[in-house]
Ligand binder design. Structure first.
Ligand code: LMR
Length: 396
C-alpha cells in the first residue's frame, strides 16, 4: 500500500532543529524555530507555570475526559484574555470557543468549520505568511490565495498594495490576519491601518480570521489585541485562533483556543455544534494539562501578576536584542541597512539576505535560520551577538 509514496523534504522550520542538534560546533547558533530562549540559550519553564503545576498536582482529582470543547473555565478566561473582559461580543452572547491542541489545532478546527459553512471557501493569507498556515488551512479543503503584505526590497509593510488587493474581496471569502508580531516578517499593522481594514471588512462583508500566536510579545497584552478587538466590534462574524505556546511558554503542552464570533446567539449555538462535531471527528477532545495551567494562572491574581511580569521580561529581552543586533551590525560595518529590525515586533524578522548567504552561514558558521532568512531573535545573546554580526558581515 505504501510502496509508491515518495519521501518529502523535512519541514522548512522544524527540519532545522534536527540539523542544529547534529552540528558538533560548540559555537553553533539556533535562530530557527520560534521558541523563546534566555541569555543562557535555555527555554525555561515559567515560574508561574511551575507554581500552577505544583498546585494542580495537589488539587487534581480525576483524569476523566474533558469533552471536545475543553473546560468551561479555560474557555471563559481565554475569551476574556483575547477580547478583553466586557467586550460587546461577549456581552451580546455571540462568542463560542473550544480549547484546542495549540494554535495549530485552533487553525485547523476553524478551517473545518469554514469548510462546513462553505465548502472550498477562499482564505486570503498575507504574502508572506507562516509556512504552516497553508497546509493547516488548505488540507481542510479551503482554497488559499494571498495578498501583498511585506516588501522585501524595502523591508517594510506594503499596506497600499494590501488594500488594493483586498478591496476586491467580498462576502463568502475569509481574510487571515496576524494579530501582532507577524510571523515571519515582524512588521505589524498600525492602529490606523487596522481601522481601515475593519471598515473594509464591515463594508465588503468578508470574514476576518485572526491568528494571535504572540499576544504580549509585541507591546503588551492589551495593545497586541487592539486590531483583533476593533475588528470584533466592527463585524458580525469573525474567527480567532489563539495560542498559549509562546506567551505561557507551554509549547509542548499544546494549548490554544478556537473562538468564533457569530451574528447572534442562535447562529452561535448552531455553529458551536458544528465545531464540536468537527473536533470529535478529528482528535475527539483536547489534552487537559496545559490548559489547566493557563486556567489556574488566569484565575489567581498573584499568579497572573507573576506571569505578566515574566512575559514582560521576555518581551523586553527580545526588544533589547533587536536594538543590540542593529548596533552590532553597524559596529562590524555590515553592508546594508538593518534599522528596520529595531522597529519590528515579536520573535521574528527577515535578515533580508539571499538563500545562498543563509546556506553559507549554516555551512561556514553553524548559524541556523529559515531559508527565507527569517531569524528567531531570542536565539541571540550577548555571548553570540558579535560572532553572529561578524558572520553576517562576512557573507554580505
Ligand atoms: C515558528 O514559526 O517557528 C513557530 O510557530 C513554531 C512552528 O511550529 O513553526
Amino acid at each position: 500500500m505504501f510502496d509508491h509514496l515518495s519521501s518529502l523534504p523535512p519541514d522548512p522550520i522544524l527540519g532545522l532543529l534536527a540539523s542544529y542538534r547534529a552540528d558538533e560546533n560548540p559555537g553553533k547558533i539556533d535562530l530557527g524555530v520560534g521558541v523563546y530562549k534566555d541569555e543562557a540559550g535555555h527555554t525555561a519553564v515559567l515560574q508561574a507555570v511551575k507554581e500552577a503545576e505544583t498546585r494542580l498536582l495537589q488539587s487534581e482529582e480525576t483524569k476523566a475526559y474533558i469533552g471536545p470543547a475543553g473546560t468551561p473555565g479555560f474557555n471563559t478566561v481565554m475569551q476574556e484574555l483575547v477580547l478583553g473582559a466586557g467586550h460587546p461580543a461577549l456581552l451580546g452572547g455571540r462568542v463560542r470557543s473550544a480549547q484546542t491542541p495549540g494554535g495549530c489545532g485552533a487553525l485547523r478546527v476553524l478551517a473545518e468549520l469554514i469548510n462546513r459553512a462553505k465548502a472550498g471557501a477562499t482564505v486570503w493569507v498575507s504574502d508572506p505568511t507562516w509556512a504552516n498556515h497553508v497546509p493547516l488551512l488548505g488540507n481542510a479543503g479551503l482554497h488559499i490565495k494571498s495578498y501583498p503584505y511585506y516588501d522585501r526590497a524595502t523591508s517594510s509593510l506594503q499596506f497600499d498594495k494590501m488594500v488594493e488587493t483586498l478591496k476586491n474581496v467580498g462576502e463568502g471569502d475569509v481574510v487571515l490576519f496576524h494579530a501582532c508580531c507577524h510571523n515571519p516578517c515582524g512588521a505589524d499593522l498600525t492602529r490606523e491601518q487596522w481601522k481601515v481594514l475593519a471598515e473594509m471588512a464591515q463594508k465588503q462583508g468578508f470574514t476576518p480570521f485572526i491568528d494571535m500566536a504572540y499576544q504580549g510579545f509585541g507591546e503588551s497584552l492589551g495593545d497586541d489585541a487592539y486590531g483583533l478587538r476593533l475588528m470584533a466590534e466592527s463585524v458580525p462574524e469573525m474567527l480567532v485562533a489563539a495560542s498559549c505556546s509562546k506567551n505561557f511558554g507551554l509549547y509542548r503542552e499544546r494549548v490554544g483556543l478556537a473562538m468564533v464570533i457569530y451574528a447572534n446567539g442562535e447562529a452561535a449555538d448552531k455553529g458551536q455544534s458544528q465545531m464540536l462535531s468537527a473536533i470529535r471527528g478529528n482528535y475527539s477532545m483536547p489534552p487537559s494539562h496545559g490548559a489547566a495551567i493557563v486556567e489556574s494562572i488566569l484565575t489567581d491574581a498573584g499568579l497572573k501578576a507573576n506571569w505578566e511580569a515574566e512575559l514582560t521580561e521576555m518581551r523586553e529581552r527580545i526588544n533589547s536584542l533587536r536594538a543590540g543586533l542593529v548596533e552590532g551590525l553597524v559596529a562590524v560595518d555590515a553592508a546594508g541597512e538593518f534599522g528596520f529590525i529595531r522597529q519590528q515586533k515579536g520573535m521574528f524578522s527577515f535578515l533580508g539576505i539571499s538563500l545562498e548567504q543563509v546556506q553559507q552561514l549554516q555551512k561556514d558558521y553553524s548559524i541556523y535560520m529559515v531559508d527565507s532568512s527569517r531569524i528567531s531573535i531570542a536565539g541571540l545573546s550577548s555571548n553570540n551577538m558579535e560572532y553572529f554580526c561578524r558572520a553576517v558581515a562576512s557573507v554580505l
